[in-house]
Write a protein that binds this ligand. Structure first.
Ligand code: PMP
Length: 287
């Protein structure tokens, strides 16, 4: 059976939907998306992790583009799509984009379309550590493109990711002209030094929901960090909805011996997203 998807109020098999070739978003990246996770819970059900926060960030992106976005409709669409597919451990992708109706750059008269896809997910927790390389690309400055999940913003991440792959690394690390660490292509950055946890803060970085979760869990201090300080840390890890807690093995030639803090945090994060922690249940939306 093919996957069921939501589009413009309807749930049907993925092949039932189509988009016009002159869709504005296809040409100019005029859309906003989210990357959300649901997890199987021990009681046989499933829950979405921090769904309201993800949809609130999507609403901000929609607002930046002048799009109408109904958070309660999107919430229902996410849950309905998960149920239609019977997905428990899943990656959830809502996308709101400008439809066809003109290829000018004035979007005021265009209508929006909303879709939700869910993809089955097998957790990659506890697998290999990631090797980072400092990108030759700069992160989109917030003054040029707000750090939100606007489709077009991601061309910047894709260029950096391509370069990192060509160099034989797993992920790219953005550093600004002043030597301050920004983020990776799809994750925020943390470091541990002498038992002290720091969340790298930068105005050009996406305000990550996993980052916020980890700050709340660990009491990490949020502040700007230079690349030299990051390389001198005892341990570095990345946070993201999809990457979860990704431990860093190396930044270019600097190799980190181990990731004991990241390993323990990763286990704790898995317990939280799967509803095993009473204190963190408020972050879960039952499917
Ligand atoms: N930075 C970027 C550029 C991202 O795309 C993501 C993934 N959404 C993150 C950071 C991590 O954010 P979150 O924890 O909300 O997934």
């Amino acid at each position: 059976m093919s996957l069921m998807q939501f589009c413009d109020g309807e749930i049907a098999e993925a092949e039932a939907f189509s988009v016009p070739l002159t869709s504005h978003a296809l040409h100019y990246g005029t859309g906003v998306f989210e990357g959300i996770r649901s997890y199987a819970t021990d009681d046989g059900g499933a829950a979405v992790f921090r769904l309201p926060e993800h949809l609130e960030r999507m609403r901000k992106g929609a607002e930046a583009l002048g799009m109408k976005f109904d958070v309660s409709q999107a919430t229902e669409a996410v849950l309905a799509t998960l149920r239609a597919n019977g997905h428990r451990d899943a990656y959830i992708r809502p996308l709101l984009w400008f439809n066809a109706g003109g290829l000018g750059l004035d979007v005021d008269k265009l209508s929006e379309r909303l879709m939700v896809a869910t993809l089955p997910w097998t957790s990659h927790l506890g697998t290999h550590r990631v090797r980072l390389t400092v990108s030759s690309f700069r992160r989109n400055p917030a003054k040029a493109l707000p750090p939100l999940k606007l489709c077009g913003n991601y061309v910047n991440s894709i260029l950096a990711k391509r370069e990192a792959t060509q160099r034989g690394f797993g992920e790219a690390l953005f550093v600004d002209d002043g030597g301050f660490v920004v983020e990776c292509t799809g994750e925020n950055v943390f470091m541990v030094k002498d038992g002290h946890v720091t969340a790298v803060e930068h105005g050009d970085a996406l305000p990550g929901i996993t980052r916020d979760t980890v700050i709340q869990l660990t009491g990490a201090e949020s502040r700007p960090v230079r690349i030299e300080e990051l390389k001198a840390a005892d341990e570095v890890f990345l946070t993201g909805t999809s990457a979860e807690i990704a431990r860093v093995e190396a930044i270019d030639e600097r190799v980190f011996a181990g990731s004991p803090f990241g390993d323990a945090l990763s286990t704790r994060y898995a317990d939280i997203v799967r509803g095993r922690s009473e204190a963190a249940r408020h972050w879960l939306t039952r499917v």
